[in-house]
Design a protein around this ligand. Structure first.
Ligand code: NAD
Length: 331
C-alpha cells in the first residue's frame, strides 16, 4: 500500500517503546512527515526527544479517546500506526481506562482514518489473542484458550481480539487497508516496566548491576518468545507497504526458557553471578508453558518479514541502552 518514502504517517501512542522505534525507522526510510501523537499517560517525551530534532517530525500531545483530537494530525496522512494500548499490568491496575483505550481508542482511530481518507492502518495486537498456546506450530488460525489465563491478561487479550475485529470490519465495510500484528514480548531500546516478561528482564538487570543474583521464577524451564524491538518496528513498516491485509504473528519463532534468557542477560552484562530460583507471586503472569512454537511463516510469505536479531545480540543492545540511561540518571 503506501510507500514509506515521501509520505506522511501518524503514530498514535508515539511516545511508547514501539512507537518511538517505528518513528525512528520511518524517518530513516525517507517519510516526508511523521506525527507522534500521545497523551503521555504511560509513555514519556524523553523516548522521542531525539526524533523531534528532525524537522519532519512533530510531537502532539493528544488523547485518542477524544476523536476530534485525531482529525488534524491525520490530515494528508497516507498511513497510521496504532500503537497506543494498555498492557496486562496497566490493564489490571485500571481496567476501566484500559478497556476504553484498547477498544474505544481503536474505534476512534479507525473512524478518524475513514473520515480523513487514510489508506492503511497497522494495529498493534498481541500473541495474547491465543491465550494459552496448545498447537505447534501456532499459526494465525489458532483459537483463544482461557485455560490458565488470569483476569488482567484475559481482559487485555479480549480487548486485542475486539480491536482486530474492528479492523476487519472497517476493511470490509470501508475498504481501509489494515494489518493486525500479533507481537510476542517486545524488548530493546526504550524498554519499560509495563509488560510482564520485559519487567522481569529489567528487574534482573537492576539486580545484576547492584551485584545481586538475578531472580528466576520457578525452575526457569518456562519458555517465552522474545522479539527485538527493531525487528518489530521494521515489521510495521513492511506491513504498511505490503499489499496484503490481515493478522500476522510478529515473533522470533524461537522458544527461549528463562534460564536461557537470564543467561544471555548475564553474558551481556559481563557478569558471572548465578541466578536465584524463587516462586514469583506476580499478579499478572503469562501461562506457564515449556513449548510455544509460534509460526512466522505467514508474515514471511505475505510481508517478506522475518526476525534478524537473536536473543544474545538483542540482550547486548538492551544492556547498552539500560546502562546508558542509568549513566544519564534517567533510570
Ligand atoms: N510491550 C510488549 O511486550 C507488547 C507485547 C505484545 C503487544 N504489545 C502491544 O504493542 C503496543 C505497543 O507496546 P509498547 O510496549 O510500546 O506500549 P507502551 O506501554 O510503551 O505505550 C503505550 C502508549 O500509549 C499511550 N497512550 C495510552 N493511552 C492513550 C490515549 N488515550 N491517547 C493517546 N496515547 C495513549 C501511552 O502514553 C504510551 O506511550 C501496545 O498496543 C501493546 O498492547 C506490546
Amino acid at each position: 500500500m503506501p510507500a514509506i518514502k515521501g509520505n506522511k504517517f501518524v503514530i498514535v501512542g508515539g511516545a511508547s517503546l514501539l512507537g518511538s522505534n517505528i518513528g525512528r525507522q520511518l524517518l530513516a526510510a525517507g517519510a516526508s512527515e511523521v506525527v507522534l501523537m500521545d497523551n503521555l499517560s504511560l509513555g514519556s517525551a524523553s523516548a522521542v526527544e531525539d526524533l523531534v530534532t528532525d524537522s519532519r517530525c512533530t510531537f502532539i500531545r493528544g488523547d485518542m479517546l477524544r476523536i476530534n483530537e485525531l482529525f488534524d494530525p491525520m490530515k494528508g496522512a497516507a498511513g497510521v500506526f496504532n500503537v497506543a494500548g494498555f498492557l496486562g499490568g496497566p490493564m489490571l491496575a485500571n481496567p476501566w481506562m484500559g478497556l476504553d483505550v484498547n477498544i474505544r481508542g481503536i474505534q476512534n482511530v479507525l473512524e478518524a482514518c475513514r473520515v480523513m481518507g487514510v489508506q492503511k492502518l497497522i494495529f498493534s495486537s498481541s500473541m495474547g489473542v491465543y491465550g494459552k498456546i496448545n498447537e505447534q506450530p501456532c499459526t494465525e488460525d489458532a483459537p483463544f484458550d482461557w485455560n490458565g489465563v488470569g483476569p488482567g491478561l484475559a481482559l487485555y487479550s479480549g480487548s486485542k481480539i475486539v480491536g482486530e475485529g474492528l479492523c476487519q470490519l472497517y476493511h470490509q465495510q470501508h475498504g481501509l487497508g489494515y494489518a493486525a500484528l500479533r507481537y510476542s514480548n517486545l524488548y530493546g531500546e526504550n524498554q519499560h516496566k509495563r509488560a510482564i516478561d520485559g519487567t522481569r528482564v529489567v528487574n534482573a538487570w537492576e539486580r545484576i548491576r547492584a551485584g545481586l543474583p538475578p531472580v528466576i521464577d520457578g525452575d526457569g524451564s518456562n519458555v517465552t518468545d522474545f522479539i527485538y524491538i527493531g525487528d518489530v518496528a521494521r515489521a510495521n513498516l513492511m506491513a504498511m507497504e505490503a499489499a496484503a491485509n490481515g493478522a500476522y504473528n510478529i515473533v522470533s519463532g524461537v522458544d527461549t526458557s528463562f534460564n536461557q534468557l537470564i543467561g544471555a542477560l548475564l553474558k551481556a552484562c559481563g557478569s558471572d553471578l548465578k541466578p536465584e530460583y524463587k516462586v514469583d507471586q506476580a499478579k499478572v503472569a503469562n501461562p506457564v508453558v515449556t513449548k510455544l512454537g509460534v509460526s512466522v511463516a505467514k508474515a514471511k510469505a505475505d510481508l517478506g518479514w522475518e526476525p534478524t536479531v537473536d536473543i544474545e545480540e538483542g540482550m547486548r543492545r538492551l544492556v547498552v541502552w539500560l546502562d546508558s540511561e542509568r549513566a544519564k540518571g534517567r533510570i
